[in-house]
Write a protein that binds this ligand. Structure first.
Ligand SMILES: [Zn+2]
Ligand SMILES: [Zn+2]
Length: 368
């Protein structure tokens, strides 16, 4: 098979408007450490929807190709292209990939935190009108840059799950890695999107005494029930109602651990109000600049620990793949995903996620 020199891609040119199906160039040569991949599965993330709608926006970010959870088959490799574990990547291999990091900045070298890389290449950070053009999921072919975190994927993990591991699942596992053991704890998960439902399952598997998922609409809350929620609380109750219901469900104590995977303006204040004495609060889903003020007197009086968790790195990604392999039969993971559609229907699926009609859309760019 000859190596393609261009690719069909769905490009976001203007926020809130349908994606533009167009042809993008591909780099003429595959550099050492890089790969050219035919994308077989891209799953959409809440961030893709926020970028599409314009809720998340900054000058100079467009045009871009959405999709940062993806899997594909390698069609060309540069010299010495290996995955993050040092395994050789050959033509025909099925790989997933995630952010690229520079290895030279303060975040990479001093903090040793890939998520803090000042030149992180990830989803919204890569324009489609400058080389290497097509690096994201909503593209028939994608160029995987030399410093992108790549993983050869085990056969036991389906492509939808492996794609989701690239952002949603790794983000959840990183957040849990900061809070220690869950055995016997009362856990509240704020949010019933893909992250919230996956977090509900992780908390359940990790031995939480009780997992309470707060969200909406009803269809997602009932899905949370299938993924290990012992109780669900509808946000239609309003802040006071939500907090009161969580107190009831925890015998008046509140939650030992509250994780935000929702990002609504009121989640911080609600988390503090529903946390138990000496409880922990982890903020994971809040991306916007505007939020309700935190009642700091409560933070002090309850001696709460509040921390943030940003996305995830290659270690979290690897653990997410291992997690799906280990717990493949534990929950009906396929229920999180929509029916695969081609690039021409991607706009429609993003709009469906925006309306909360779909938890996680699946795009297979090989489809018409
Ligand atoms: Zn994401
Ligand atoms: Zn860096």
């Amino acid at each position: 098979m000859s190596v393609p020199t261009s690719t069909r891609a769905a490009v976001l040119i203007e926020h809130g408007k349908p994606l533009h199906l167009t042809e993008l160039p591909l780099p003429a040569e595959v550099a050492p450490g890089a790969a050219l991949v035919r994308v077989s599965c891209a799953t959409l993330c809440g961030t893709d929807v926020e970028i599409w709608s314009g809720k998340m926006s900054f000058p100079g970010m467009l045009p871009m190709v959405l999709g940062h959870e993806m899997v594909g088959e390698v069609v060309a490799v540069g010299p010495d292209t290996r995955d993050a574990l040092g395994r050789e990547i050959a033509v025909g291999a099925r790989i997933g990939w995630s952010e690229s990091t520079c290895g030279e900045c303060h975040g990479c070298v001093v903090l040793r935190e890939p998520v803090a890389c000042s030149k992180r290449g990830y989803g919204f950070l890569q324009r489609s009108d400058v080389p290497p053009y097509a690096t994201a999921g909503l593209s028939e072919y994608a160029y995987v840059v030399p410093r992108a975190a790549k993983l050869l994927l085990p056969d036991a993990v389906p492509s939808t799950w492996a794609a989701m591991a690239g952002c949603a699942a790794k983000t959840v596992l990183r957040a849990f890695s900061y809070v220690g053991g869950l055995t016997g704890k009362r856990v509240v998960v704020q949010g019933s999107g893909a992250l919230g439902i996956f977090a509900t399952a992780v908390a359940h598997i990790s031995g939480a005494a009780k997992v309470i998922t707060v969200g909406a609409p009803e269809s997602r809350l009932s899905l949370a029930g299938e993924f290990g929620a012992d109780a669900v609380v509808d946000i239609a109750l309003g802040s006071d109602g939500i907090v009161e219901r969580v107190r009831e469900l925890t015998g008046g104590h509140g939650a030992d651990l509250v994780l935000d995977f929702a990002g609504a303006p009121t989640v911080g204040a609600e988390a503090v109000a529903m946390a138990a004495q000496r409880g922990q609060v982890v903020i994971v889903g809040t991306t916007g600049p505007v939020s309700a003020p935190l009642p700091l007197g409560t933070v002090m009086g309850k001696e709460l620990t509040i921390s943030g968790s940003l996305n995830g790195d290659i270690a979290d990604y690897h653990r997410a793949i291992e997690f799906f392999g280990a717990f493949a039969d534990r929950f009906p993971w396929d229920r999180l995903f929509g029916t695969p559609v081609g690039l021409s229907a991607a706009s429609d699926r993003i709009a469906a996620m925006h309306r909360l009609d779909e938890v996680k859309a699946v795009i297979d760019p090989r489809l018409p």
